[in-house]
Design a protein around this ligand. Sequence first.
Ligand SMILES: *Cc1c(COP(=O)(O)O)cnc(C)c1O
Length: 470
Amino acid sequence: MSTLFRHLPSMAQVLAGLDADADMAALPRPLVKEHVNGFLDLCREEIRAGIIADKDALALAALMPRLTAYVRSCSRPHFRRVLNGTGVVIHTNLGRSLLARPAIEAVAEACAHYSNCEFDLTTGKRGSRYSHVEKILCDITGAEAALVVNNNAAAVFIMLETLARGREVVVSRGQLVEIGGSFRIPDVMAKSGAILREVGATNRTHAHDYEQAIGDETAALMRVHTSNFRMVGFTKEVSLPEMRALGDRYGLPVIEDLGSGTLYALAGDGLLGEPTVQQVVAQGADVVSFSGDKVLGGPQAGIIVGRKEYVDRIKKNPINRAVRIDKMTLAALEATLRLYLDMDVARREVPTLRMITASQESLRSKARRLADAVRAELGDMAEVTMRKGFSRVGGGAFPEYDLPGTLVTVNLVGISADALRDALFDTDPPLVARIEDDVFLLDPRTLASSELKLAANALRQAVDTIKDNT
Ligand SMILES: *Cc1c(COP(=O)(O)O)cnc(C)c1O
């Protein structure tokens, strides 16, 4: 055994071998060396374990295919594209919304060239970065003023820091929600320095609950849209018009954290009637915040719209500098918002809206193409079927609201659904699937037509890996 170690190729030999492959030669050299060392260590372990038992297996030519695959897989960038076969449209763990084509182009343009990011081309003086999106946000939502910050959590924070720091904000206990990643809205709110005055019971809050809590220390009334869960049964929330009336009676601003916030009335497509931002503005909320990358389908951002007197105060808050958006976000957001100037265009062009509102026929047709592609890759090995099922909007939006569609199930003899799902995390590109009642499922809703063959090929890669390892 000890003599075998001497037959391992040297680093110099391995590097010379790898350099024949243009892809390998293009990788950063220190990275390649690190992973070649890792591979040689692996070979040493295999010699010790008796897995490699003759010197021919250690010849450079014999090692090369495995070595190349190893270095390629280890040297990949950490941030990678994945295929979303889960059917969760706004999947926070998979990067939330995909940008529309014009938004992608606007980002590339903003990155490649100088821009009027903070330059006023009419005066030649310093301009405001909000100017690019404020008018269009007002035009679409009907609000008097707008600004945009890093994300909606930052929007909630800066709204409260500006309007209620050191004073009380009255909010219903039933709306103090956790928004994922064990991130709780009340914790963000409390960090702003506003004192949360919780009213009502978990399931029911009445107008008189708010009214009783209002006093000298009250700075604002707040509503949080509980978009990631739904209470059913004996429940009551105070409506926005009722809150508006209370705000008017006591001279207090009404703040609404809409969470997902949609500009497109999905109710028209037979979907659950979540209030649109336009409706909330029209019903008299003074300041409204929502995410740029949830149902809106744009870049990560926190959008604040509302009455000018309040928005102006928020704009002047120095914290704005700490939560400001960058030029790529601005470019993507403006391009996305322009699509909303015609709601039919938005529905067609914004991928998030397109996926949410996809027709039953288009989902069935995509499922059929996916099933065919999987059969073509896996042949007799797999039992591939189509069945009715449900997708989710995700992103803390539209709780318990199932979007009906067609799913593709894949059953492989001798390979469990869990083993298949796990092996798919390591394919190129990785494919994230869903398992329900031990059945392996792919939901075509969140796969682009151009990704169906890639998904089928990923399944093939996963099956090959599983077979190689057994
Ligand atoms: C998602 C959400 C947030 C946080 O928005 P981010 O854009 O993720 O920061 C805040 N409030 C509610 C109600 C939400 O649903």
